[in-house]
Design a protein around this ligand. Structure first.
Ligand SMILES: *Cc1c(COP(=O)(O)O)cnc(C)c1O
Ligand code: SF4
Length: 351
């Protein structure tokens, strides 16, 4: 089926779900009026049963409206937007939000405050204001086109948008952040790929969270993009009860490499209001990283990072392999074996 038709057949209310997949609490229907629900038939077909890792990502939970811990805008994006829907936080790159729509509304979304709702107002005017800002701000070399999910825009609009970005000489890299290869792989049509490949260097960062999401359909979508010369990265989020176990993340990373997607970031869950029940501890994330580094192909190793609340940006978190600083550095390797490195001799040589 065509992706537009699949999207039209999405479930957008609890009552629209098969009874066997409805949440335990009748009150979950109240969640949907605050945080929209959309589960397209493809992503729905990946659910095997209630409470499985796919179900948890897609089906509303009453805990979303009972969260008293987290913040609406934990990354301080609204304060870092010189024009609406463009976040300029780092010196040389900017995040450009070009649609509020997604193929599936992830329950843990970091932009839950606005994604899929009327409060995320994106129009031709806001997009042109973003393009103007980028034109006037040549320090930005790398533009992350995001949303929402930019691949929910139609081919002709994307063609225009990418051409407009490419017409700005200071922009070197265009990146698209999209979950479509995972949540609606039918969107990756040959026609779309033909449009995208005209705007190299173009990178795509997609978002898989669980090995069950790597299917023949999502593999084919990634193959089409990779065959068009588009480097693919993955931004996975650690989610309690979904993927917060070393074996699950390891299997995911291996399977991503097999579909030519390079694991890029493994994110600690943001402190986003409505997602507190998904958060895991940083210690458990570091333990997962320790189980990966050195034990798996270096290609499979993402950067584990926390996006600091308040707009501090992404901070890499790495298990500590240094045991002692000093003239002799003492380390433990990936197996726990102690190793040393003579630091003092180096200083003599510098004199
Ligand atoms: C994540 C992010 C970027 C890109 O960061 P990289 O580390 O280069 O991937 C840029 N701008 C904002 C606001 C971001 O959140
Ligand atoms: S696809 Fe991305 S932007 Fe859309 S709901 Fe999921 S996490 Fe949020």
């Amino acid at each position: 089926m065509q992706w537009r038709n699949l999207l039209k057949k999405s479930s957008s209310s609890i009552a629209g779900l098969p009874p066997a997949l409805q949440p335990d609490s009748k009150e979950a229907a109240r969640v949907v009026s605050r945080y929209p629900m959309r589960i397209n038939p493809y992503y729905l077909s990946l659910i095997r049963e209630r409470h499985d890792p796919i179900w948890k990502q897609a089906v509303p939970d009453i805990q979303e409206i009972n969260d008293t811990v987290c913040m609406a805008d934990p990354l301080g994006e609204e304060h870092l937007s010189p024009v609406p829907n463009l976040v300029h936080k780092y010196p040389d790159r900017a995040l450009f939000l070009v649609t509020s729509q997604c193929a599936m509304y992830c329950r843990f979304c970091t932009r839950k405050r606005k994604v899929g709702t009327k409060s995320m107002l994106i129009t031709q005017d806001t997009i042109e204001a973003g393009l103007d800002y980028l034109k006037k701000t040549p320090v930005v070399r790398d533009v992350l086109v995001s949303g929402g999910d930019p691949l929910l825009l139609d081919d002709d609009f994307l063609d225009w948008l990418l051409a407009s970005l490419r017409a700005i000489p200071s922009i070197e890299i265009i990146r698209i952040g999209t979950r479509a290869p995972c949540t609606l792989p039918m969107r990756i049509t040959t026609r779309l790929v033909k449009v995208l490949k005209r705007y190299h260097p173009l990178y795509i960062n997609t978002h898989f969270n669980h090995p069950l999401e790597i299917t023949p359909e999502s593999s084919r979508a990634c193959r089409r993009l990779a065959d068009a010369g588009i480097p693919l990265g993955c931004q996975t989020v650690l989610l309690r009860g979904v993927n917060d176990q070393a074996e699950i993340i390891q299997e995911l990373l291996r399977k991503l490499l097999m579909i030519r997607v390079k694991p890029y970031y493994l994110f600690q869950g943001d402190m986003t209001r409505g997602t507190n029940h998904f958060r895991t501890s940083i210690e458990s994330g570091l333990a997962i990283m320790r189980s990966i580094i050195g034990h798996m192909s270096g290609l499979a190793v993402p950067t584990y990072a926390v996006d600091a609340p308040g707009g501090g940006g992404k901070i890499p978190l790495t298990p500590n392999y240094i045991k002692e600083f000093g003239d002799k550095l003492v380390f433990s390797n990936y197996c726990g074996k102690i190793c040393t490195y003579d630091n003092q001799k180096l200083e003599y040589r510098n004199d």
